[in-house]
Design a protein around this ligand. Sequence first.
Ligand code: BDP
Length: 700
Amino acid sequence: QTDYNLWLQYDKIEDSDLKQSYLKSVKGIKVLGNSKTLEASREELSKAYNSFFNQELETADSGDGLLILANIDQLPANLSNSVKPDLENINSEGYIIKSATQDGNKTILITAKTDIGVLYGTFRLIKEMQLHNDISNLAIIDSPKIQKRVLNHWDNLDRTVERGYAGFSIWDWHLLPDLIKPEYTDYARANASIGINGTVLTNVNANSLILTEQYIEKVKALAEVFRPYGIQVYLTARFSAPMESGDVDTADPLNAQVKQWWKDKADEIYAEIPDFGGFLVKANSEGQPGPNNYDRTHVDGANMLAEAVAPHDGIVMWRAFVYSEHDPEDRAKQAYSEFVPFDGQFKKNVLVQVKNGAIDFQPREPFHPIFGAMPNTPLMMEFQITQEYLGFASHLVFLPKLFEETLDEDTYVNGENSTVAKVIDGSLSNKKLTGIAGVANIGTAKNWTGHPFGQSSWYGFGRLAWDPYLDSERIAEEWLKMTFTNEEEFVDPMTDLLIKSREAVVKYMTPLGLHHIMNTNHHYGPGPWVSNLSRPEWNPVYYHKADEEGIGFDRTISGSDALAQYADPIAQQYSSPETTPEKYLLWFHHLPWDYQMDNGETLWHNLATTYQEGVEDVEEMVETWNNMEEYVDEERFKKVSMLLQIQLKEAKWWRNACLSYFQQFSDMELPESVPQPEHDLEYYKSLEFPFAPGIRPSWE
Ligand code: BDP
């Protein structure tokens, strides 16, 4: 095993009964039709077969144990008739896997409406074997529920990665298009295996060079590697690109020359990359140029670009991550205030891409109030797989648990059970165009993600993008089996560890609804004291508002009233601290230190004990992992052991620093169960990390 192989380890099947039954079910392969995608399917199966059984998968034409791979159009009538009713139940990327008996011979058929569907079905059959499931009588039908399942790489052209903690960018721009690395194919295989069908290659803080002829050639080379795997390439469009090109002296979206420039640019790209996906745009956000620079709106900007790509079936993913320095009241309200009035005004090939929460990828945030509030606009979910605010690639945090929490939340906009998942998959208001994005945690690290367990969040993102109703526990379990071993003694305790890891990070960083108290621009470690950044809403003190009176952000009617952006019964239920879930308490309320919590203790007491619980959770993770030595190769075992020690040290650091800081206001003793911090507050404040990874150099 090597962790370069991710969840596609294809471990040898040792159990001889299982091996015999698999070898009986699959003796030979027959691929009908001809395409690079079908070729990739066959290759993947051969690779897996070889690795499972140390045996070649032979091509065959008939006989017992035949595995048939074909797009429905290539199937002979008797076979296509046998799956006709199932065909109605899959979409263009879905697949059917069916066991059948013909003339006394048992066969397995993998078919779909497209070759890509066949590839997805192939990965599914392989997975069934990775999970040691019975394949002697298969009847599997599956289709993705969301259309655009996309990774967002915040990769710069100089190969640094904004908020990237796994080395440099895997895109070797300098040597492209001539050097095609094997990693590009393995990246595509891994993504196709979980159904990801798009990748935005470049940072949202965009560089217009990517749109020049020289770079389009390079992008084309990547697109060609990805195409057989069903992965479309997208780019970020810097709004001022027409000016930077030197061709036009404005980027005003209503200017005829500007419109023409983008049309020509789209034509130029599509001439090289006919299946180019479209553009992702960060406009008028954190210093990026945009339509507001010309007194135009986000609608003007997005629609202008949408028109340019529409003739080629391209889309525009227009981000709603905006907040202005001129509105000091509450950053959490701004995206909603700015975007909701535009509902229904975007062209039909525009998706508005919204982060899961209204602030910024915190360990926990309530769902973004835009979800549900723009019924006439396709909304795309943006999750962050890279752990910008969750301990970088040094902390073990299984993020699908966080993603699931957001997807499952009820917006109540159309009554009960109007979940965020239903907004995203379009079912709540009958949307055709649907999408979900994950900010990638991938880099040049030998194992792709730095932390070996970072792979699980990439995997789980893909699984939830395919089906946003999946249970994260199931995802954890299958990832562990495919990546490490099927041994129950490993899988059970480790599933438990993964599932609890998300709550642990919330407890030791931002318990009870606290948020954005990470240190300055790198967001590494605690910094609740920071108050000197140029924009008020970049400072932790803006978010926790701790003083002698209490702590928390009042977002009720007596405060910023951000709560009014949610539908009832949420707006009503959360208006009082007594009926607000404790996990969101300080997100919505500013409360005195001696406020009485549900368990009868004071707020200060619970804040302190929750920090301590977070530390204890990590201690438990260390202990669980220590028992796993016999199931894991030495390299990964040691690496994870050391990383967990770092996580434990840093969990204590978070607890100590935050409690020392807040204690000066609460002026209350720490509960007995919580150890006294080892250092004084000045020490924690003095720690500096000038070379923390992942920062944008020009951040301030
Ligand atoms: C923030 C990051 C910043 C990104 C920005 C964004 O700190 O690096 O550019 O989000 O999403 O979380 O645009």
